[in-house]
Design a protein. Structure first.
Length: 530
């Protein structure tokens, strides 16, 4: 309720309130995004999944022959609960069946071809409905549909729709409904078309011909008036994926206002054009960090350096590259295989945010341990020294510690605070958190009250970060020093935030010093006497 403006003229006490407690809250920093092909799932749109089971239910099992994207997504979801998945599937087709009236009975008609888009469906005069798969792919052709009149429906217009998948004789989905828009006594929708569309997990979608001639005749024979069974056909997964498809998929994440994400997961697509596009998106959005994989055939030290320097040739603090591949157990396939590390590294980022904070380095024995069975290559001290000089983050085996992420360098070529992954992620957090709440000041009076409010918002966010070991110090300036009359006349407010980020310790030098005999004891006695 706003402060009462005093418009009332009669006597009384008029109560109001004003919220001056607006403060900056830290944005989430563990929302991932990944792009790749899949045997099933929505195509071309970022789709949120919250756990590994939901991912598998929506996008199917892992298939090394098709993509490593699934392995990377599942690894990330073991540590985080938000991942946007974009399935690429160029020229994929929706399969289905058509039910038509033939000799006064409902019968299945096979499709002549699959559909690029369900909206392409055109009904013939005698067509009753189409049942199409919910999303395109070869998986469509494993579906079977059974329709028959519902003998329990006293109106005699209801029918039952069963959906089967694979060789199972038990339906995976069952619907009871009508072809008409109507509800029962509890307000539940009986129209089959609506029931299916409201089930976001359904394997099918139903389109009804509302202009079928028998629908125009009152008390006509029910359109589904016989046992009608058919196999879905003409589903297709489309063209083999290439780097242009992956790039087009990443382009759907360009607009930060459309989907909120923080971590871009490479998923094994190590073509430099894909990785450079990921870096570009992270930089343009200014709220993301790209985790890149070393190509599997470029993970020996000299090849890795050549790829990083001469092939990828990237200079950005918004990305980091990791290697080698990781040996994991595919429990569904009951075998071991090597997979790209980006999904597991993204999981380390999420774990670091959860157990420590965004400004802690996602590496080392405290936060960088990986639950994997091995690495494709073992990097010794000399290899790791070369990698450190070339901004490549190694994953190493440590006796007694397991497999550990042993690097936290960005791809920035010139050494600075932003050469550290945790510093770049801290700056992303600070800028976007302060910017989000500063929106409340747009179109407010440009006066000292606004500047004091903005300064307080920034300081309220920075103080706990400093106490949490993220900053050595900070200073916020938003007053007449950086907001001149000309600035205010132009409608601008300048908020300068100076931060001194904490740099992670990368090398601890342990010096064993042997003093002259008796010196330590003598010094201890002096301290005791004091």
């Amino acid at each position: 309720m706003p402060i009462n403006s005093g418009n009332s003229t009669s006597a009384g006490v008029y109560v109001g309130e004003r919220d001056n407690s607006i403060r900056a809250t830290a944005i989430s920093t563990s929302v991932g995004a990944i792009v790749g092909p899949s045997h099933r799932g929505p195509v071309g749109v970022p789709t949120l999944v919250v756990d590994e089971d939901e991912f598998i239910s929506m996008f199917g099992d892992s298939d090394e022959a098709l993509t490593y994207m699934h392995y990377c997504a599942r690894a990330f979801l073991q540590e985080s609960s938000r991942l946007y998945v974009l399935r690429t599937a160029e020229n994929a087709k929706f399969g289905g069946i058509k039910v038509s009236t033939v000799d006064s009975f409902s019968q299945v008609q096979n499709l002549a071809a699959g559909f690029d888009d369900p909206q392409d469906v055109i009904f013939g005069l005698q067509d009753i409905l189409y049942v199409l798969a919910s999303n395109p792919g070869n998986w469509n052709n494993d579906l079977r549909v059974l329709l028959y009149p519902d003998t329990d429906d006293v109106s005699e217009e209801g029918f039952v729709l069963n959906v089967f998948e694979g060789v199972s004789q038990i339906p995976v989905e069952v619907y009871r409904g009508t072809l008409h828009e109507k509800v029962d006594g509890y307000g539940r929708q009986l129209a089959i078309e609506t029931q299916v569309s409201e089930n976001t997990r359904s394997r099918i979608q139903v389109m009804v011909n509302h202009d079928h001639p028998l629908r125009m005749v009152k008390d006509s024979t029910a359109l589904i008036n016989s046992v009608t069974v058919g196999e879905v056909t003409m589903g297709s997964s489309g063209d083999a994926v290439n780097q242009s498809h992956i790039i087009n998929g990443w382009n759907e994440f360009e607009d930060k206002e459309q989907v909120a994400i923080n971590i871009l997961i490479n998923g094994g697509y190590t073509d430099p054009s894909v990785q450079l596009r990921m870096i570009e998106i992270a930089e343009d959005r200014d709220d993301c960090f790209a985790i890149l994989d070393l190509p599997s055939d470029k993970q020996l030290t000299q090849d890795a350096v050549n790829y990083r320097r001469n092939v990828l040739n990237a200079n950005s603090s918004y990305a980091a590259i990791y290697g080698p591949d990781l040996l994991v157990r595919d429990t569904r396939e009951a075998r071991n295989l090597f997979v790209p590390p980006s999904g597991h590294i993204a999981g380390v980022f999420a774990r670091t945010d959860r157990v420590s904070a965004t400004w802690f380095a996602p590496a080392g024995v405290n936060r960088g341990q990986l639950n994997v069975n091995g690495v494709r290559h073992v990097y010794k001290q000399g290899h790791r020294d070369v990698f450190a000089e070339n901004q490549i983050n190694p994953i190493r085996f440590m006796s007694g510690q397991g497999i550990v992420v042993w690097g936290a360098d960005t791809l920035q070529s010139i050494a600075s605070a932003l050469s550290n992954v945790n510093v770049r992620r801290l700056l992303i957090l600070l800028k976007n958190s302060i910017a989000d709440v500063a929106l409340s000041g747009v179109y407010e009076p440009n006066d000292s009250f606004l500047r004091i409010s903005l300064r307080a918002i920034a300081e309220d966010l920075l103080s706990p970060i400093m106490r949490g070991r993220g900053l050595y110090g900070f200073k916020v300036i938003c007053d007449e020093r950086n907001n001149t009359p000309e600035t205010m006349a132009n409608g601008d407010v300048i908020l300068d935030v100076y931060v001194d980020p904490v740099i992670p310790a990368k090398r601890i030098h342990l010096n064993a010093i042997i003093p002259k005999t008796g010196q330590i004891k003598f010094a201890q006695e002096l301290m005791g006497a004091a």
